[in-house]
Design a protein around this ligand. Structure first.
Ligand SMILES: CC(C)(COP(=O)(O)OP(=O)(O)OC[C@H]1O[C@@H](n2cnc3c(N)ncnc32)[C@H](O)[C@@H]1OP(=O)(O)O)[C@@H](O)C(=O)NCCC(=O)NCCS
Length: 229
Protein backbone atom coordinates (compact mmCIF):
# COMPACT_ATOMS: atom_id res chain seq x y z
CA UNK A 1 0.00 0.00 0.00
CA UNK A 2 1.29 3.45 -0.90
CA UNK A 3 -0.09 6.42 1.00
CA UNK A 4 -0.41 9.71 -0.84
CA UNK A 5 -1.36 12.97 0.82
CA UNK A 6 -1.92 16.08 -1.27
CA UNK A 7 -3.16 18.93 0.94
CA UNK A 8 -2.75 22.65 0.33
CA UNK A 9 0.39 24.49 1.42
CA UNK A 10 -1.76 26.68 3.68
CA UNK A 11 -3.35 23.70 5.44
CA UNK A 12 0.09 22.34 6.30
CA UNK A 13 1.67 25.64 7.34
CA UNK A 14 -1.38 26.71 9.40
CA UNK A 15 -1.03 23.53 11.43
CA UNK A 16 2.43 24.65 12.59
CA UNK A 17 1.24 27.50 14.83
CA UNK A 18 2.47 26.98 18.42
CA UNK A 19 4.50 23.92 17.44
CA UNK A 20 8.26 23.50 17.68
CA UNK A 21 8.52 22.69 13.98
CA UNK A 22 12.11 24.00 13.48
CA UNK A 23 13.25 21.04 15.60
CA UNK A 24 11.64 18.66 13.07
CA UNK A 25 13.71 19.79 10.10
CA UNK A 26 17.41 18.87 9.77
CA UNK A 27 20.08 21.48 9.05
CA UNK A 28 20.69 20.34 5.48
CA UNK A 29 16.99 20.61 4.59
CA UNK A 30 16.71 24.00 6.31
CA UNK A 31 19.62 25.40 4.33
CA UNK A 32 18.17 24.02 1.06
CA UNK A 33 14.90 25.82 1.84
CA UNK A 34 16.69 29.05 2.78
CA UNK A 35 18.61 29.03 -0.51
CA UNK A 36 15.34 29.36 -2.47
CA UNK A 37 14.91 32.94 -3.71
CA UNK A 38 11.15 33.29 -3.76
CA UNK A 39 9.05 33.31 -0.60
CA UNK A 40 6.38 31.13 -2.25
CA UNK A 41 9.01 28.50 -3.11
CA UNK A 42 10.29 28.48 0.48
CA UNK A 43 6.70 28.08 1.76
CA UNK A 44 6.01 25.19 -0.65
CA UNK A 45 9.27 23.44 0.17
CA UNK A 46 8.79 23.81 3.94
CA UNK A 47 5.19 22.53 3.64
CA UNK A 48 6.45 19.49 1.69
CA UNK A 49 9.06 18.58 4.30
CA UNK A 50 6.62 19.09 7.18
CA UNK A 51 4.03 16.97 5.36
CA UNK A 52 6.56 14.18 4.76
CA UNK A 53 7.76 14.14 8.37
CA UNK A 54 4.21 14.17 9.70
CA UNK A 55 3.27 11.20 7.49
CA UNK A 56 6.43 9.26 8.32
CA UNK A 57 5.99 9.82 12.08
CA UNK A 58 2.30 8.85 11.94
CA UNK A 59 2.79 5.75 9.82
CA UNK A 60 5.97 4.23 11.21
CA UNK A 61 5.40 5.41 14.75
CA UNK A 62 8.55 7.37 15.59
CA UNK A 63 8.73 10.89 17.05
CA UNK A 64 9.04 13.44 14.27
CA UNK A 65 12.28 14.84 15.77
CA UNK A 66 13.96 11.44 15.28
CA UNK A 67 13.43 11.28 11.51
CA UNK A 68 16.77 11.41 9.69
CA UNK A 69 16.98 12.29 6.02
CA UNK A 70 19.83 12.01 3.57
CA UNK A 71 20.12 13.53 0.05
CA UNK A 72 21.54 11.37 -2.74
CA UNK A 73 23.85 12.71 -5.47
CA UNK A 74 20.88 13.91 -7.54
CA UNK A 75 19.26 15.65 -4.56
CA UNK A 76 16.57 13.06 -3.84
CA UNK A 77 15.74 13.03 -0.12
CA UNK A 78 15.67 9.56 1.44
CA UNK A 79 15.07 8.20 4.92
CA UNK A 80 18.13 6.84 6.68
CA UNK A 81 18.16 3.32 8.09
CA UNK A 82 14.57 2.24 7.44
CA UNK A 83 12.86 0.29 4.72
CA UNK A 84 10.51 3.17 4.08
CA UNK A 85 10.56 5.30 0.94
CA UNK A 86 9.01 8.67 0.31
CA UNK A 87 8.99 11.44 -2.27
CA UNK A 88 7.62 14.99 -2.46
CA UNK A 89 6.23 17.34 -5.07
CA UNK A 90 4.75 20.84 -4.98
CA UNK A 91 2.94 22.97 -7.52
CA UNK A 92 0.55 25.91 -7.27
CA UNK A 93 -1.26 25.84 -3.92
CA UNK A 94 -0.72 22.11 -3.26
CA UNK A 95 1.99 19.80 -1.97
CA UNK A 96 2.05 16.03 -2.27
CA UNK A 97 3.94 13.25 -0.53
CA UNK A 98 3.94 9.52 -1.30
CA UNK A 99 5.10 7.00 1.30
CA UNK A 100 5.56 3.25 0.94
CA UNK A 101 7.82 0.24 1.32
CA UNK A 102 9.18 0.31 -2.27
CA UNK A 103 11.23 2.80 -4.28
CA UNK A 104 8.86 5.44 -5.58
CA UNK A 105 8.43 8.91 -7.06
CA UNK A 106 5.56 11.37 -7.12
CA UNK A 107 4.74 14.38 -9.26
CA UNK A 108 2.00 16.99 -9.00
CA UNK A 109 1.16 19.46 -11.76
CA UNK A 110 -1.50 22.11 -12.09
CA UNK A 111 -3.08 22.11 -15.55
CA UNK A 112 -2.26 25.45 -17.12
CA UNK A 113 -1.86 26.97 -20.55
CA UNK A 114 1.67 26.62 -21.90
CA UNK A 115 3.42 28.92 -24.34
CA UNK A 116 5.10 26.90 -27.10
CA UNK A 117 2.93 23.86 -26.39
CA UNK A 118 4.03 22.05 -29.58
CA UNK A 119 7.73 22.61 -28.89
CA UNK A 120 7.39 21.35 -25.31
CA UNK A 121 5.58 18.23 -26.57
CA UNK A 122 8.43 17.53 -28.99
CA UNK A 123 11.00 18.01 -26.25
CA UNK A 124 9.49 15.78 -23.57
CA UNK A 125 7.44 13.17 -25.46
CA UNK A 126 8.41 10.33 -27.81
CA UNK A 127 6.95 10.42 -31.37
CA UNK A 128 4.29 7.85 -30.38
CA UNK A 129 3.33 9.87 -27.28
CA UNK A 130 3.17 13.05 -29.40
CA UNK A 131 0.71 11.32 -31.74
CA UNK A 132 -1.44 10.29 -28.77
CA UNK A 133 -1.63 13.96 -27.69
CA UNK A 134 -2.45 15.11 -31.24
CA UNK A 135 -5.36 12.65 -31.39
CA UNK A 136 -6.68 13.52 -27.93
CA UNK A 137 -9.85 15.56 -27.55
CA UNK A 138 -8.45 17.53 -24.63
CA UNK A 139 -4.80 17.86 -25.50
CA UNK A 140 -3.77 19.94 -22.48
CA UNK A 141 -5.36 17.46 -20.03
CA UNK A 142 -3.60 14.50 -21.65
CA UNK A 143 -0.31 16.37 -21.91
CA UNK A 144 -0.26 17.14 -18.19
CA UNK A 145 -1.17 13.55 -17.39
CA UNK A 146 1.85 12.41 -19.46
CA UNK A 147 4.08 15.06 -17.94
CA UNK A 148 3.28 14.10 -14.33
CA UNK A 149 3.74 10.41 -15.20
CA UNK A 150 7.13 11.09 -16.75
CA UNK A 151 8.33 13.25 -13.87
CA UNK A 152 7.12 10.70 -11.30
CA UNK A 153 9.27 8.12 -13.12
CA UNK A 154 12.48 10.19 -13.17
CA UNK A 155 11.85 11.03 -9.52
CA UNK A 156 11.38 7.34 -8.68
CA UNK A 157 14.70 6.46 -10.34
CA UNK A 158 16.19 9.49 -8.55
CA UNK A 159 17.84 10.81 -11.70
CA UNK A 160 15.44 13.73 -12.02
CA UNK A 161 15.64 15.81 -15.17
CA UNK A 162 19.16 14.54 -15.88
CA UNK A 163 17.16 11.61 -17.36
CA UNK A 164 15.78 13.04 -20.65
CA UNK A 165 11.99 12.75 -20.63
CA UNK A 166 11.78 11.75 -24.31
CA UNK A 167 14.27 8.88 -23.84
CA UNK A 168 11.63 6.52 -22.43
CA UNK A 169 8.03 5.75 -23.35
CA UNK A 170 4.85 5.40 -21.32
CA UNK A 171 2.56 2.49 -22.08
CA UNK A 172 -0.99 1.96 -20.89
CA UNK A 173 -1.58 -1.33 -19.08
CA UNK A 174 -4.81 -2.96 -17.94
CA UNK A 175 -4.34 -1.38 -14.51
CA UNK A 176 -2.50 1.89 -15.13
CA UNK A 177 0.79 2.63 -16.85
CA UNK A 178 4.23 1.15 -17.30
CA UNK A 179 7.49 2.50 -18.72
CA UNK A 180 9.57 1.20 -21.59
CA UNK A 181 13.14 2.27 -20.84
CA UNK A 182 16.26 0.38 -21.84
CA UNK A 183 18.26 2.09 -19.09
CA UNK A 184 16.22 0.69 -16.16
CA UNK A 185 15.99 -2.85 -14.73
CA UNK A 186 13.17 -2.16 -12.29
CA UNK A 187 9.49 -3.09 -12.81
CA UNK A 188 8.00 0.35 -12.62
CA UNK A 189 4.24 0.70 -12.42
CA UNK A 190 2.48 4.09 -12.55
CA UNK A 191 -0.93 5.52 -11.65
CA UNK A 192 -2.50 8.95 -12.10
CA UNK A 193 -5.20 10.87 -10.26
CA UNK A 194 -7.03 13.97 -11.46
CA UNK A 195 -8.00 16.25 -8.56
CA UNK A 196 -11.18 18.27 -9.01
CA UNK A 197 -9.37 21.60 -8.65
CA UNK A 198 -7.24 21.08 -11.76
CA UNK A 199 -4.20 19.08 -10.63
CA UNK A 200 -2.78 15.80 -11.89
CA UNK A 201 -0.90 13.54 -9.46
CA UNK A 202 1.21 10.63 -10.70
CA UNK A 203 2.90 7.97 -8.59
CA UNK A 204 5.56 5.63 -9.93
CA UNK A 205 6.65 2.64 -7.83
CA UNK A 206 8.86 -0.40 -8.15
CA UNK A 207 6.43 -3.32 -8.21
CA UNK A 208 6.86 -7.06 -8.56
CA UNK A 209 6.21 -8.57 -11.94
CA UNK A 210 4.39 -11.93 -12.10
CA UNK A 211 4.51 -13.86 -15.35
CA UNK A 212 5.34 -10.74 -17.34
CA UNK A 213 2.39 -8.80 -15.89
CA UNK A 214 3.03 -5.90 -13.54
CA UNK A 215 1.27 -6.09 -10.20
CA UNK A 216 -0.69 -2.92 -9.56
CA UNK A 217 -0.01 -1.16 -6.30
CA UNK A 218 -2.80 0.02 -4.06
CA UNK A 219 -2.92 3.73 -3.25
CA UNK A 220 -4.68 5.49 -0.43
CA UNK A 221 -5.12 9.15 -1.44
CA UNK A 222 -5.93 11.93 1.06
CA UNK A 223 -6.38 15.46 -0.28
CA UNK A 224 -6.50 17.28 3.07
CA UNK A 225 -4.14 17.58 6.04
CA UNK A 226 -5.53 15.59 8.96
CA UNK A 227 -3.31 17.31 11.54
CA UNK A 228 -4.99 20.71 11.86
CA UNK A 229 -4.64 22.62 15.13
C1 LIG B 1 13.67 16.42 -9.16
C2 LIG B 1 13.10 17.37 -10.19
C3 LIG B 1 12.61 16.51 -11.37
C4 LIG B 1 11.96 18.09 -9.50
O1 LIG B 1 11.16 18.76 -10.40
P1 LIG B 1 10.18 19.96 -10.03
O2 LIG B 1 8.99 19.80 -10.93
O3 LIG B 1 10.96 21.20 -10.06
O4 LIG B 1 9.75 19.78 -8.53
P2 LIG B 1 8.70 18.83 -7.80
O5 LIG B 1 7.74 19.69 -7.11
O6 LIG B 1 8.16 17.77 -8.70
O7 LIG B 1 9.62 18.06 -6.73
C5 LIG B 1 10.44 18.75 -5.88
C6 LIG B 1 10.89 17.79 -4.80
O8 LIG B 1 11.44 16.60 -5.35
C7 LIG B 1 12.45 16.11 -4.45
N1 LIG B 1 13.63 15.86 -5.26
C8 LIG B 1 14.69 16.66 -5.51
N2 LIG B 1 15.57 16.04 -6.33
C9 LIG B 1 15.03 14.83 -6.61
C10 LIG B 1 15.46 13.73 -7.41
N3 LIG B 1 16.60 13.74 -8.09
N4 LIG B 1 14.66 12.64 -7.47
C11 LIG B 1 13.49 12.60 -6.80
N5 LIG B 1 13.04 13.61 -6.02
C12 LIG B 1 13.80 14.71 -5.94
C13 LIG B 1 12.67 17.16 -3.39
O9 LIG B 1 12.02 16.76 -2.21
C14 LIG B 1 11.99 18.38 -3.99
O10 LIG B 1 11.39 19.22 -3.04
P3 LIG B 1 12.29 20.25 -2.18
O11 LIG B 1 13.17 20.95 -3.15
O12 LIG B 1 11.28 21.12 -1.53
O13 LIG B 1 13.04 19.37 -1.23
C15 LIG B 1 14.15 18.38 -10.71
O14 LIG B 1 14.31 19.40 -9.77
C16 LIG B 1 15.49 17.73 -10.95
O15 LIG B 1 15.72 17.11 -11.97
N6 LIG B 1 16.43 17.81 -10.02
C17 LIG B 1 17.67 17.10 -10.12
C18 LIG B 1 18.72 17.99 -10.64
C19 LIG B 1 19.99 17.23 -10.77
O16 LIG B 1 20.11 16.32 -11.56
N7 LIG B 1 20.95 17.63 -9.99
C20 LIG B 1 22.23 17.03 -10.04
C21 LIG B 1 23.00 17.59 -8.94
S1 LIG B 1 24.69 17.30 -9.26
Amino acid sequence: MISVWAPTVDEVLNSLKNRDWPAWIDTETKSRIQRLHRCQDRRRSLAGHVLARTMIAAQIGIPVEEIRVNYDRFGKPELLSRNVFYNLAHCGVRVACALGSVRLGIDLEQIRNLHSFEEICKKVLTPREQRAIELAEDRLERFFEFWTLKESYVKATGRGLSHPLASFELERTAVGWSVRDRSSDYNWSLSTYRLRDGYWIAVCADTPSLGGELCPFEICLTTSFPFQE
